[in-house]
Ligand binder design. Sequence first.
Ligand SMILES: Cc1cc2nc3c(=O)[nH]c(=O)nc-3n(C[C@H](O)[C@H](O)[C@H](O)COP(=O)(O)O)c2cc1C
Length: 311
Amino acid sequence: MTSPLSVDVGGVRLRNPVLVASGTFGAGLEAVEQGVDLAAIGGVVTKSVTTQPRAGNPPPRICETASGMLNSIGIMNPGVDGFLAEIMPRFAALPCARVVNVAGESAEDFEILVGRFDAVDGCDAIELNVSCPNVSGGLDFGIDVHLLESLVRGCRARTRKPLWVKLTPNVTDVVPLARAAVAGGADALALTNTFLGMAVDWRRRLPRLGSKTGAGGLSGPAIKPLALHAVFKVARAVDVPIVGIGGIRDADDAMEFIVAGATAVQVGTSNFTDPAAAVDVADQLAAFVREGLFADLASVRKTLVVPRPHA
Ligand SMILES: Cc1cc2nc3c(=O)[nH]c(=O)nc-3n(C[C@H](O)[C@H](O)[C@H](O)COP(=O)(O)O)c2cc1C
């Protein structure tokens, strides 16, 4: 019998729909050391991996705002060779779905990365970060329908593993980009990444973040309504599963994304306050089923009633 919470996200079977989001949980290794039970969640998505090691942006890289957290980490990571040597063996042993997120500055970078992880056991799916607002080049793919479709098509040709495309919300309308990613061969879409923003220390006439542009990505509960709207619109425009991301703190938040059309969700910023946040969300979802709030996820997915959804 399948569990009422198990889902299939573009070819990846998850025991429940709760994953942790890229960049907010490392590769899950520290959480394991802290005793977080990753067998209780659906999966871990790694920090973005790039072709070369990256030192990241100058500090400060994180800034609290009145509503939400701004970051400009700049994709600090050991590069694909370092990841495969130092992290992959322990990542592959995690007791949940293992999704590797990759980011490139060129189409060739993306294809190389996808090819490398296609060849590796212990990587169940590849998520393309075409949306990181801190690296020039990556941004271009996520905001241009033609570039995005051709990027995804090139990556598709390099792997038979499930390919998820994580979209940027920093566009006028995310729906054409979602369609382009699906046309290129995406098995699932993840949305959203962070929203570009800025914090200012006016007395010093300086941005509060150290990135070159002064900008960073806003995340946390502040972006939940924006991400929900994006998921709602995209779920009505494409037929592939959607992974909802943005400000999720508890199972009610997760269910809001699911009724709006998401098949699964990722918990990001909440991990910084509690590394077991995703475990709690998954446990609460199981409690919802026990309480009889719904029988299984398929029966509630995309059931949000809006009088005129396209008006
Ligand atoms: C500190 C930090 C680092 C992040 N790094 C990445 C990254 O490397 N790749 C990526 O695709 N998304 C990255 N993200 C975006 C998150 O995965 C997620 O899409 C976003 O934070 C929205 O979810 P949340 O509101 O639950 O945090 C990062 C977010 C934060 C806060």
